[in-house]
Design a protein around this ligand. Structure first.
Ligand code: HEM
Length: 449
């Protein structure tokens, strides 16, 4: 019996074991997640990098909120929408890497594994924002290295922190931190107008105390603390976006008419994202860059398509364990009182997103359901939990979704191409914390329109 069936049979609060509860209601989300129950130790045991805690793994409320506040500014919606660095990153990644590679693939017949490719896109966007364009990855163009890295990462993520310590992936991220640090203290930005700042690295190094002196005693510790944070964000940023984009394109590939409607909406953008440039568009393309993040964010069909993909295929659909606090009167969750302290309690997007009373026919991908208005729409939004909620909500949700990466990438693809399925075997989601297709691939054919 899976968690959805357990909820249907036993209600929204289910005791799974003497010390473990699973919850599935908006009321329980409010108590446990918005109410700030601390994370379970499992996070520290499984996700620590370099033996140093980071925003994702810090358990205590105080140290976590201090660290999160150091970078939350550069991940806020308004900062992202106005960031010149991110505009340059987006324009270069879309016009110099992403669209040329798709166009080249079209020349060879158009078949591409979009899981591998969109994870590359997620990595290049995230690392460029973290470290600056000149110090970041080029997974989009360097297919050989990204395949090697993604294979290495499959082993990395099933190892415990002490087993993976000092390995290739930790070393790789540390080198990018060192490059970003050297960049901040050089004149490179002045020399090269298309270079961008290492926005997140800079912000964190200023807050934690700049590791400017390689011989100073605190240098290594500060670098390690920053590297732990950076590696966590690279991991959080590339796989989740890649999985979401893959399921979205897989669903759209089964619906040519919906692709046409989406393209009509996308071509209203100013300037439209046209590639390759024609005589008519040469001047509007690279010269004017991309349409504003606000205008992309305001497209209703694009929004519905992403929202529905995140509902049905939440990239992190699993239990997010917290611990009940110790208090003399015990804790009450959704009407169940007197729950002792130290109990593991979790909700998961998979079950919340399959409540048939809120999302009729929940197993079907229906973007139009998000056209609902008023109380119906508000209710759906209350149950939508792809990015969690409360103080431990996803740090990168605006970066991933609303302003830049995923909406922009979908807009760039479907303004120019149509897609169809070549090999869609094994698309069921794996049963892991971050869950991609069990087949580990999704091959689509791109055709220029
Ligand atoms: C589709 C894209 C993404 C999805 C679906 C997603 C989902 C989530 C979820 C569900 C959590 C809460 C996990 C838990 O408490 O167990 C989370 C936390 C987090 N995410 Fe994301 N994420 C995405 C993209 C990103 C990106 C792009 C970044 C950074 C660049 C990021 C950074 C983080 C961090 C640092 C946390 C920990 C927050 C905290 O504990 O305070 N995520 N994400």
């Amino acid at each position: 019996m899976d968690l959805v069936q357990k909820t249907e049979k036993y209600g929204p609060v289910v005791r799974l074991a003497p010390n473990e509860i699973s919850v599935n209601s908006v009321d329980a989300l409010r108590t446990v997640y918005v109410g700030g129950f601390e994370k379970h130790r499992w996070y520290l045991d499984v996700f620590a990098n370099y033996g140093s805690p980071n925003i994702f793994t810090l358990l205590g409320h105080k140290p976590h909120s201090v660290q999160k506040r150091m970078v939350s500014n550069v991940y806020s919606k308004s900062y992202l929408q106005n960031s010149k660095d991110l505009q340059t990153v987006s324009s270069q990644l879309i016009f110099d890497r992403f669209l040329p590679i798709i166009q080249e693939t079209v020349g060879y017949g158009g078949d591409m594994d979009v899981l591998d490719f969109t994870e590359a896109v997620g990595m290049d966007f995230t690392s460029a924002y973290l470290f600056g364009l000149s110090n970041s990855t080029d997974f989009i163009k360097n297919a050989e290295y990204r395949r090697h890295w993604l294979k290495e990462f499959q082993t990395f993520k099933i190892r415990l922190p002490h087993e993976r310590a000092g390995g290739e992936i930790e070393g790789w991220c540390f080198s990018m931190c060192e490059a970003a640090d050297a960049f901040i203290h050089s004149e490179k930005l002045n020399e090269n107008p298309s270079a961008t700042q290492p926005v997140v690295y800079r912000q964190l190094s200023q807050s934690l105390g700049e590791p400017t002196q390689p011989n100073a005693p605190q240098f290594k510790n500060t670098m390690v603390a920053i590297a732990s944070e950076m590696l966590d964000q690279l991991i959080a940023g590339h796989e989740t976006s890649g999985i979401t984009l893959t399921y979205l394109m897989h669903e759209l590939s089964q619906r040519p008419c919906l692709q046409d409607s989406l393209r009509s909406e996308l071509l209203t953008l100013s300037p439209p994202i046209i590639y390759p440039a024609t005589n008519d568009t040469t001047n509007t393309n690279m010269a004017q860059g991309l349409p504003s993040p606000r205008s992309i964010d305001a497209l209703p069909l694009l929004n519905n398509i992403l929202q529905e993909t995140l509902r049905l295929y939440a990239a992190s659909p699993a239990q997010q364990p917290r611990v009940t606090p110790f208090s003399p009167t015990g804790t009450t969750i959704d009407g169940y009182s007197n729950i002792s302290g130290g109990i593991r309690v979790s909700a998961n997007p998979y079950s919340l997103h399959r409540n048939a009373a809120v999302f009729p026919e929940p197993e079907k991908w229906v973007p139009e359901r998000w056209d609902a208005e008023g109380e119906k729409r508000d209710e759906m939004k209350r149950w939508f939990w792809a990015f969690s909620s409360g103080g431990r909500m996803c740090l990168g949700n605006h970066f991933a979704l609303q302003d830049k990466e995923m909406k922009l990438v979908v807009a760039a693809v479907y303004s120019n191409y149509m897609t169809e399925i070549v090999d869609g075997e094994g698309m069921e989601q794996a049963d892991t914390f971050v869950s991609g297709p069990v087949g580990g691939k999704c091959v689509l054919r791109f055709k220029h329109v």
